[in-house]
Design a protein around this ligand. Structure first.
Ligand SMILES: *Cc1c(COP(=O)(O)O)cnc(C)c1O
Length: 219
């Protein structure tokens, strides 16, 4: 199967309110260009250096999403151009993003990553930490970031019930905060679902899916 036909058949199954992030990590620019030529404009990368190199080489109407874990000291490299940062999991990181956004005279959109899996290795906030962050005085001072919603990754398992439980949990956390009124929040996005579980994620309320291997092949 070609990248273009993979992309077209996935897009045909997505409801209109669901945004597709084409996860292109480890793939060469020539592969991304095939997706670009089919009309794809949103790409997801998990390493800042790789994303920056691709941004330099590719058309400027692409929206670059950082989907990986972000180290504070590398935020400055993507601050001029990143469109959405999915994996924000601390106030400290948010403060650094705000600082770099200000330097670039822009506002950077972010999602807060919530820990929903049963694995030790996954990053993210729990519900208490999320509420603490959103209600803190320090958060309210951040004028150059905007929180669009939440991101989560389910446990890597075949057990559909387990995955469904975790996605439903993320949706319920989102519902509990979505009426929050803050100048730097515009809560409308739930980023959940990858190649193996995006259909289930959409059933559970996802508005943004991050799909890599089903478009570009295995890594
Ligand atoms: C790699 C990655 C994806 C895409 O995974 P596929 O299984 O290839 O679709 C989605 N989200 C995150 C955070 C990733 O790192």
């Amino acid at each position: 199967m070609s990248i273009q036909s993979n992309l077209n058949s996935i897009k045909a199954t997505l409801p209109e309110h669901v945004t597709l992030v084409a996860v292109s990590k480890t793939k060469p620019v020539s592969d991304l260009m095939q997706a670009y030529e089919t009309g794809q404009r949103i790409f997801g990368e998990n390493k800042i250096q790789e994303m920056t190199e691709k941004w330099e080489q590719m058309p400027k109407d692409i929206q670059w999403h950082m989907i990986g874990h972000v180290q504070s000291n590398k935020v400055k490299f993507m601050a001029p151009f990143v469109s959405l940062i999915h994996g924000v999991d601390s106030l400290k990181l948010l403060q650094e993003i705000n600082k770099q956004a200000l330097k670039n005279n822009r506002t950077i959109d972010c999602l807060l990553q919530i820990y929903i899996a049963e694995e030790e290795s996954k990053f993210g906030l729990d519900e208490n930490e999320l509420n603490e962050l959103l209600t803190s005085a320090e958060f309210k001072e951040l004028k150059n970031i905007r929180i669009l919603g939440l991101m989560g990754m389910a446990t890597f398992t075949e057990d559909q019930n387990q995955i469904k439980k975790e996605f439903t949990h993320l949706k319920s956390i989102f519902d509990s905060i979505k009426t929050l009124k803050a100048e730097n929040c515009e809560l409308n996005t739930i980023s959940m679902g990858m190649s193996g579980d995006y259909q289930l994620a959409i059933e559970c309320g996802s508005t943004m899916v991050r799909i890599g291997s089903s478009i570009f092949g295995g890594r």
